[in-house]
Design a protein around this ligand. Structure first.
Ligand code: PNS
Length: 163
């Protein structure tokens, strides 16, 4: 059964990410979700272990999904976890511009192909960045994130809400 590697920051994981994982399972049968560092996003909200915990809780009961973390390159993560391809979700043309270049770099250097899936239009506006931002003000985001994430965002808001 082919294995797809789904790398991301997942800070935090949201319903758009779950849609990509579902599409990956339909296409490949097995998905490794790999929490990674994005050098372009230095200031996140959740530590790696918290992001991992939220992913595990959100995917509880899902078959054929592994949750891992990796400190280096996506191509090395794919090799380390026995993945045949990298999978990415595209929400917009601007996503494509960034992801196309990364996919070509990853293939050139690591020989790994990237498969893009179109984000579900009903979810394609969701972004982790805006989830973090809105959560700080205590707003309910339970329609956009899995229940375990909504619970942690509420805790985050209670502890860090700006005065
Ligand atoms: O969820 P994100 O922040 O859009 O995910 C981006 C991520 C983590 C997948 C990307 O930054 C990445 O692949 N980081 C690992 C480092 C790497 O492989 N860099 C080379 C890119 S060509």
């Amino acid at each position: 059964m082919p294995v797809a590697c789904y790398p991301g920051s997942f800070d935090p994981i949201h319903l758009g990410h779950l849609d990509v994982i579902e599409q990956g399972l339909e296409l490949f049968g097995s998905v490794v979700v790999v929490t990674m560092h994005n050098p372009g996003k230095p200031s996140g909200a959740f530590a790696l272990d918290e992001r991992q915990a939220m992913i595990r809780e959100s995917l509880s009961g899902w078959d054929n999904v592994r949750v891992e973390a990796f400190p280096g390159l996506a191509i090395d993560a794919a090799a380390a976890f026995g993945a045949d391809v990298i999978i990415k979700g595209l929400r917009s043309a601007s996503d494509f511009d960034v992801e196309q270049q990364m996919s070509l770099m990853n293939h050139s250097v690591g020989g790994v192909r990237t498969v893009f899936v179109a984000a579900n239009p009903a979810l394609s506006f969701i972004s982790s960045r805006y989830i973090r931002e809105i959560a700080l003000y205590g707003r309910d985001l339970s329609g956009l994130v899995p229940a375990p994430v909504a619970a942690r965002l509420a805790q985050l808001a209670a502890g860090r809400r700006p005065s």
